[in-house]
Design a protein around this ligand. Structure first.
Ligand code: SF4
Ligand code: FES
Length: 357
């Protein structure tokens, strides 16, 4: 059944779409799933055992804000019992020392904590949550005290890009072993805010130099991962490492997706963990096989020597920008639709964005 399809490496478990923050760069879908549709604890426990059996090594507990679920600790324990390396992706504002301690005892391995800016007032404004920045700093200390590994993540956009050096300094002071500096990806909610979020090209280039200089300064003290912005590139990223190649994503209601935006693609039917096993879905479902490999590719991807490097880029971005998920990602300079990217870059900047809530 599995042929030459490798097993997945990672699972993104979106435990809930509920979130106390309102970040304008949120890449979750515009239409969020409701609390009443969420999978229950026992189903998540079963699904995590199935994931480990399928070969998944890394689990990312995500959302929304996963700590909005009171059973987060039970789910983390199920992950550890199944042998998964569990990472919690959190805004931090709903957690306290008691819950972090319980998560550590449950076997959680790693926390990825977001920051929005280096200055409290600016950070709270972006997150649309008063007092959130201070809670995040407090949480970082709790994570360290609990002996958990910490990554600090920031999403760059026009409203915080100038503060990148200060944010790197803040992550260092928070005791992070790693920082992820990610330019906004214009998916889901973020796409509607594109003209308000997109930084100038000079600012983007400046961030590359800052990251290089800070990597040298920090040495082994803190690693920095840099996610470059698609809209200032001429070759796309291998979104999700290639469709159906390395990752699967489970939505709060149990939909199993090759990426978190896949449900925007018309004509694709998705399976649900309530009705099918992860193994059947990974190897046999139409949705995972639709854009797997290279057979589906149009020109110019089909004859391109990068087709097994970037796998044609992002299907959801191709859909959002061209209306057709099976076209070459317009980020690619070889795409016949690449002018769409230049046009977006040339859009008049908007003053204000729409917050998520
Ligand atoms: Fe990648 Fe397709 Fe562009 Fe080649 S043509 S670089 S495979 S997106
Ligand atoms: Fe769906 Fe990139 S977000 S393939």
């Amino acid at each position: 059944m599995s042929g030459n399809i490798p097993p997945p490496l990672g699972l993104l478990a979106e435990l809930t779409h509920r979130c106390p923050l309102g970040c304008p760069y949120c890449s979750n879908p515009v239409d969020l799933e409701k609390r009443g549709a969420e999978l229950d604890t026992a189903t998540w426990q079963r699904v995590l055992r199935e994931a480990a059996g399928l070969g998944v090594l890394q689990l990312h507990l995500s959302g929304g804000e996963p700590a909005a679920r009171p059973d987060l600790e039970v789910i983390a324990a199920a992950a550890a019992e199944a042998g998964l390396y569990a990472n919690l992706i959190t805004s931090g504002v709903l957690l306290d020392a008691a819950r972090i301690g319980a998560l550590a005892r449950a076997g959680l391995a790693h926390v990825q904590l977001s920051i929005q800016h280096a200055e409290p007032e600016a950070a709270d404004r972006i997150a649309h949550f008063r007092g959130g920045h201070a809670r995040k700093l407090a949480l970082a200390a709790m994570v360290r005290d609990a002996g958990l590994a910490l990554t600090v993540n920031t999403v760059l956009h026009r409203g915080n890009i100038d503060a990148l050096p200060e944010m790197i300094g803040l992550a260092e002071a928070m005791g992070a072993q790693r920082m992820e500096v990610a330019h906004t990806q214009y998916h889901g909610w973020a796409l509607r805010n594109r003209a308000a979020l997109m930084p100038a090209r000079e600012a983007v280039e400046w961030t590359r130099g800052i990251v290089e200089a800070e990597r040298k300064r920090l040495g082994n003290a803190m690693a920095i991962d840099f996610v470059a912005p698609d809209y200032h590139a001429t070759r796309p990223k291998a979104c999700m490492g290639g469709w159906g190649r390395r990752f699967l994503n489970i939505s709060p209601s149990g939909q199993v997706l090759p990426c978190h935006a896949a449900e925007t693609i018309p004509g694709l039917a998705f399976e649900n963990v309530r009705n099918s096993s992860l193994e059947d879905i990974w190897y046999g479902s139409d949705s995972f096989n639709r854009f797997r490999g290279t057979d589906w590719m149009p020109l110019p991807c089909r004859e391109c020597d990068r087709r097994e490097i970037d796998w044609g880029g992002c299907r959801c971005q191709a859909l959002a920008l061209t209306g057709d998920a099976s076209r070459t990602d317009p980020v690619c300079g070889l795409s016949p639709d690449h002018a769409l990217i230049a046009a977006a870059r040339a859009e008049a900047p908007q003053e204000e964005y729409a917050w998520r809530r």
